[in-house]
Write a protein that binds this ligand. Structure first.
Ligand code: NOJ
Length: 877
């Protein structure tokens, strides 16, 4: 960890973290109202050079506070993240209170008050204070200045280890405090390996501090399972939740950032410091968790709809040695009857880490290999990293050098850094022309040996520079438009991810025509807005139980930050995993939004069949369970795509009124209907489970009604076969139960509806359907069905407003109903429109030996999955 800075090692954090200045005030004479905007100037009597432009804009459900110096000073503003169609609200600012020193705005249930002296912004929700900006006077804005004799140390040059940062622009940091009165829990601001509800880093009562949370994209070797240190990605978006209100704060700023969190019984007080850029703060007013997600998606965009195959199981390792190895692994999945969708090739497949090339000896016929893998509908992924080997005979290097596409060092020469290929240059993805050129490299003609079933993995894009400060790029490097790397750093990886996805999108249109092919690009680095590009994973974790456990909080935090498609390396990247941990990890990852097994070069082989028969069976069951759930999971991704909802999420997201859920991070919800309480300890004989809400809850393995104590707690005995997971009463979950070798093989399979009744004997749910691969859904080629169970009848209708233009002959082959109160001896089912009758049996909820016959099963109703119908269930005896 000594490779990485603490707050005290960073001059800007040292200067501004905790620093108070009461001098910042709004010049009342400067206040102007323009519709939903309030514009004014901020001054500081002690610092005459301070003359800032503040704009406060209201958008109905969120507000934006923007503060900058004169634009001619050229402070960096993050491009490409904000959605273009932000609609400003119609409510106008009221300045009649100017004499009393403030302006007011009413937005729904929120009252917003901008106080002039000292500058302070408060948001009340339903009459109660919810967010206070600068209530503790920690707002500081270091104006750009000329160097002078006697300037304090650390302003113009700073050294860490042997690395000197020349800092030619001098001090330019920004800080502020945000207090959440009445809130004891804040979340988000990934990426950290830590608890879901963020721990205090400052003990306000005791005056003790730990390190603040750091947001600085870094390649951290063997990261710890509990630490506020920054990892590969950064999203400066914090949530606060209390009974009756959920709010969010998003700072659009890509520079290095530190955030302190301090809690008392009464409030959570936070202090944010970034090294450069501008203040561009969005306060999301909720007041429910779903609304905060929706508001964030309005600001930065909803997440891209993944291809259906991408939600299947992925098999990776560093490295599958050669073509024979890949073929054998592929064949073994069939031999052991385990479904999978994608096989991955890490860096060793290339010719000397020159991406887009193949090692001629190991992979002489890559296209044929992909075609053979694709025969069973499976895909392949190759890794393409951002460091380009400085080899004049390598075509990518040649073209990039000629085009002047590389990031420059502080003296204007192509930056030379060390990574896998040795001496490397780094593409400057801030330049749109470079992104376009890069995208072109993915055409089938350019990328030799690639086929339409090949997708991409972007790694090391923080960027990782082995000989750089903190294993990354020097901050005084220069990008397009003379932008210092310092200002852009946390967005660097996202731009690379974006350019790669653009490439696959272009390839898709070239191959398939205008509906194209949705890109699949996994990235390690990420930033706000990465959800619109593709999935990320949590990097180089370790094969131990602590990393298994912390993966839950990490995945949920990234999901809350608007990026639902993410997962952790199953099995743990570093080290060797034993059969027990590997089994438990796969059982948990059944519910990860992104499910990939991966391992380090030095780790022992760990494909699912290598841990003995028992473990193979259990891992097969876990992966099959994933495939059974895919229609439900895909539907959750559609909700992420339209409303920004996280897929794997904290209990409080669905049970916001229940304080006992607020800190739970060893259980989670997958969508609204499924709760998982995975086994996270070695040798566990039982698992303590908390079930929120009034219930009922049903055991997902048996369909049996689960009876927690009054407080919602229960202790469940577990064997290695058990994966404690629960179905929430009142929901209808679409499934596909037939065991297949891949998603492609299941393409024409019928569906099952699993109905879990609530206490009133009712349930509802939905199913999203489209071709699973192209962009045709954007022109209405999809069906979104809504199912309802009421008065003993199950009906299917189109979601209001959905076009239902996706034609399919597929049917529902089984309906499983759990939770019927009257336990009659026999039942019948009748189609209300056609009068047709179907057999109804009692049976187990899952096709598994030894499971109680708790459910009612309608066999072979063969109802159209995308059609309207209604089915009456009645008691016959
Ligand atoms: C680091 C990545 O995090 C890891 O997943 C990968 O296997 C290695 N780089 C080699 O490419």
């Amino acid at each position: 960890m000594e490779d990485f800075k603490k707050c005290s090692d960073a001059a800007f954090c040292n200067r501004l973290m905790g620093s108070v200045d009461e001098g910042y005030m709004i010049d009342p004479a400067s206040v102007k109202i323009a519709g939903s905007k309030l514009l004014c100037r901020v001054k500081n009597a002690e610092i005459p050079e301070v003359d800032l432009e503040l704009t406060l804009t209201s958008y109905g459900s969120f507000i934006r506070l923007h503060v900058n110096e004169d634009a001619s000073k050229g402070r960096f503003q993050v491009p490409g993240v904000l959605q273009k169609e932000l609609t400003e609200s119609e409510s106008a600012w009221e300045t009649s209170k100017a004499a009393a020193g403030y302006a007011l705005l009413k937005l729904g249930s929120a009252d917003i008050r901008l106080k002039y002296k000292p500058l302070e912004l408060t948001v009340d929700i339903a009459g109660k204070p919810a967010i206070v900006f600068n209530g503790r006077h920690m707002f500081n804005f270091e104006h750009l200045r000329q160097k002078k004799e006697g300037d304090p140390e650390g302003w113009w040059e700073e050294t860490f280890k042997s690395h000197v940062d020349s800092k030619p622009r001098g001090p330019e940091a920004i800080s502020f405090d945000l207090t959440f009165p009445g809130f004891n829990h804040v979340y988000g601001i990934p990426e950290h390996a830590t608890s879901l509800s963020l721990k205090s880093t400052v003990d306000l009562a005791e005056n003790m501090t730990s390190e603040p949370y750091r947001l600085y994209n870094l390649d951290v070797f063997e990261y710890m399972a509990d630490s506020p240190f920054g990892l590969y990605g950064s999203i400066p978006f914090m949530w606060a939740h209390r009974l009756g209100a959920t709010v969010g704060a998003f700072w659009l700023n890509a520079a290095e950032m530190f955030i302190d969190v301090g809690k008392t019984d009464k409030e959570t007080a936070t202090n944010w410091v970034a090294e450069s850029g501008v203040l561009d703060l969005f306060l999301l007013l909720g007041p429910s968790p779903h609304q905060v997600s929706e508001q964030y998606a309005l600001v930065t965009g909803p997440s891209a709809l993944p291809q259906y195959f991408a939600l299947g199981y992925h098999q990776c390792r560093w490295n599958y040695r050669d073509e024979a190895d890949v073929r054998e692994v592929d064949a073994n999945f069939d031999k052991f009857d385990i479904p999978y969708d994608v096989i991955w090739l890490d860096i060793e497949h290339t010719d000397g880490k020159r991406y887009f090339t193949w090692d001629q000896h190991l992979f002489p016929n890559p296209a044929k290999l992909q075609e053979d893998v694709a025969e069973h509908g499976r895909k392949m992924v190759t890794i393409i990293d951002p460091h380009i080997k400085r080899d004049p005979s390598y075509y990518i290097y040649q073209e990039a050098e000629k085009g002047k596409y590389f990031v420059a060092d502080k003296d204007g020469k192509d930056f030379d850094g060390w990574c896998w290929p040795g001496s490397s240059s780094y593409l400057d993805m801030l330049n749109p022309a470079v992104r376009e050129w890069w995208a072109g490299q993915f055409s089938l003609a350019k990328y030799k040996g690639s086929t339409p079933s090949l997708y991409v993995w972007n790694d090391m894009n923080e960027p990782s520079v082995f000989n750089g400060p903190e294993i990354t790029m020097p901050k005084d490097n220069l990008h397009f438009g003379n932008v210092e790397h310092r200002a852009l750093h946390n967005q660097n990886g996202q731009l690379f991810h974006l350019a790669t996805a653009m490439g696959l999108e272009e390839r898709g249109r070239a191959v398939y025509g205008s509906d194209g092919d949705r890109p699949f690009v996994l990235s390690r680095a990420f930033f706000a807005g990465s959800q619109t590009v593709g999935p990320i994973w949590t990097g180089d974790n370790t094969a131990d139980w602590d990393h298994l456990r912390v993966s839950l909080s990490m995945i949920m935090s990234v999901g809350l930050a608007g990026l639902p498609f993410n997962g952790a390396d199953v099995g743990g990247f570093f080290g060797n995993v034993d059969a027990e941990l590997q089994t438990r990890w796969n059982q948990l990852a059944t519910f990860y939004p992104f499910f990939r097994g991966h391992a380090h070069l030095d780790a022992k082989r760990r494909e699912p069949w290598l841990f003995g028969d028992e473990a193979t069976r259990r891992i097969r069951d876990a992966i099959r369970q994933r495939y059974i759930l895919l229609p439900y999971i895909y539907t959750q991704f559609r909700h992420a795509n339209t409303s920004g909802l996280p897929v794997m999420r904290p209990l409080w997201f669905d049970f916001p009124e229940e304080p006992a859920t607020f800190a739970v991070d060893d259980e989670f919800m997958l969508g609204p209907a499924l709760l998982a309480a995975p086994v996270l300890e070695a040798g566990a004989q039982s698992r303590a489970v908390y079930l929120p809400g009034a219930g009922p809850w049903y055991d997902a393995q048996t369909g049996a009604l689960v009876k927690p104590d009054k407080a919602g707690a229960l202790s469940v005995p577990v064997t290695m076969d058990d994966v404690p997971s629960y179905l929430r009463g009142g929901h209808i979950i679409p499934l596909r139960e037939r065991a297949r070798r891949s998603t492609a093989a299941a393409k024409n399979d019928p569906y099952t509806l699993l109905v879990t009744l609530d206490n009133k004997g009712q349930a509802s749910g939905d199913l999203y359907l489209d071709d699973g691969s192209s962009f045709a859904y954007k022109r209405g080629m999809y069906a979104h069905r809504v199912f309802e169970y009421k008065d003993s009848a199950l009906s299917s209708k189109a979601l209001p407003g959905s076009p239902s233009r996706y034609g399919t002959d597929l049917v529902i082959e089984r309906i499983i109903i759990v939770g019927l109160k009257h336990k009659a001896a026999s039942y019948a089912a009748k189609n209300k429109e056609t009068g047709q009758r179907y057999t109804v049996e009692k049976g187990p909820v899952a096709q598994k030996a030894g499971v109680a016959q708790e459910a009612l099963i309608v066999r072979k109703p063969d109802l159209p999955v995308a059609g309207d119908w209604s089915l009456q269930i009645s008691v016959t005896k």
